[in-house]
Design a protein around this ligand. Structure first.
Ligand SMILES: NC(=O)c1ccc[n+]([C@@H]2O[C@H](COP(=O)([O-])OP(=O)(O)OC[C@H]3O[C@@H](n4cnc5c(N)ncnc54)[C@H](OP(=O)(O)O)[C@@H]3O)[C@@H](O)[C@H]2O)c1
Length: 284
């Protein structure tokens, strides 16, 4: 079986490459944005015409949440037309698609973890384009898995964990938002969950349940909690002050609460999920 991974140079793309050697039964094609620009419909079709692809994992995305507010067209083409091109190509070539989405499709007004069927209401352009990207997949094919995840970090690429460690090496004190609640997600754990879905989908004895699934690490955190745990594990001594979101204005509004209910992915695929603290410790 051949698995195409788009956006292969991003955090998730690199995390999948990191664990790919555990799946020697599959052939992986890792395509960076230079190898395959997902917004180029002709290139996408040509890529699928000239390579046998059974599964596509779309790890490509426009992820600059604040910049998206002023780069609407760019965010839209990568997050909406990109997944649409992949969905059409997958359908035409009988391939399955795993597409990654975000907790930012929600407005954060809930007080209990979001299930896959809860009402969406993105607060910013990034969330809106990601929601429209989900719909583009749903409208153009049947054999898809959409995985909504949150607060992704890893040893790869740019992310909150790396930013905190860099800032701590430059400053004596930091103020971190403490009124946004969610769950950090280790990209390597997300990659593992994706591969478990791929493997289970190959099992002819089980009926495949396509659709939307939530995945993050277990547990609850604010960005302040996440930062203080990063510093604790790294033995970094720094003064960290919790602040409210209003004291740290950003171009894009973010959901105040974005915990995801993971019952569906756990029950359907038997996926066991580590706590974010356990996973952070392993990453560091
Ligand atoms: N990071 C988070 O906190 C977070 C939270 C929730 C959900 N997610 C979702 O999780 C997924 C993976 O995120 P990530 O953190 O791994 O993102 P990332 O590190 O920003 O990687 C995204 C990758 O997409 C590539 N890309 C951009 N435009 C492309 C195009 N037109 N064609 C092909 N590739 C293109 C980028 O390549 P270049 O660098 O060459 O442009 C980059 O390698 C995304 O769907 C994201 O929306 C992320």
């Amino acid at each position: 079986m051949v698995i195409l991974v788009t956006g292969a140079s991003g955090q998730l793309g690199q995390a999948i490459q990191f664990i790919a050697s555990n799946y020697l039964e599959f052939k992986f094609i890792f395509a960076s944005s230079e190898d395959l620009d997902i917004i180029n419909q002709e290139r996408v079709n040509y890529f699928f015409d000239t390579n046998r692809i059974d599964f596509c994992i779309n790890a490509a995305a426009y992820t600059a949440v604040d910049k998206a507010e002023s780069e609407i067209e760019k965010a839209e083409s990568i997050n909406v037309f990109g997944p649409k091109n992949l969905a059409v190509a997958c359908k035409n070539h009988n391939a399955k698609l795993i597409h990654i989405s975000t907790d930012f499709v929600f407005d954060g007004s809930s007080s209990k973890p979001y299930s896959e069927t809860d009402t969406t209401n993105p607060l910013g352009i990034y969330g809106k384009t990601k929601l429209d990207g989900e719909q583009a997949v749903i409208d153009n094919m049947n054999e898809y898995f959409i995985i909504r995840t949150s607060w992704v970090y890893s040893q790869f690429g740019n992310n909150f964990m790396k930013t905190m460690l860099r800032l701590a090496s430059e400053r004596d004190s930091l103020s971190i938002v403490s009124d946004q609640i969610g769950s950090p997600t280790n990209a390597v754990d997300l990659a593992g969950a994706i591969m478990q879905i791929v493997v289970k989908s190959q099992d002819s004895t089980s009926s495949i349940q396509y659709g939307i699934y939530n995945f993050s690490n277990e547990g609850i955190a604010s960005w302040y909690d996440f930062a203080t745990e990063i510093f604790r594990i790294n033995n970094v001594t720094i003064n960290v002050t919790p602040i409210v979101s209003e004291a740290f204005p950003t171009p894009a509004k973010r959901p105040k609460y974005s915990l995801l209910d993971k019952s569906k992915i756990k029950n359907t695929f038997g996926i066991e999920i580590k706590t974010w603290q356990e996973s952070l410790l392993q990453t560091i």
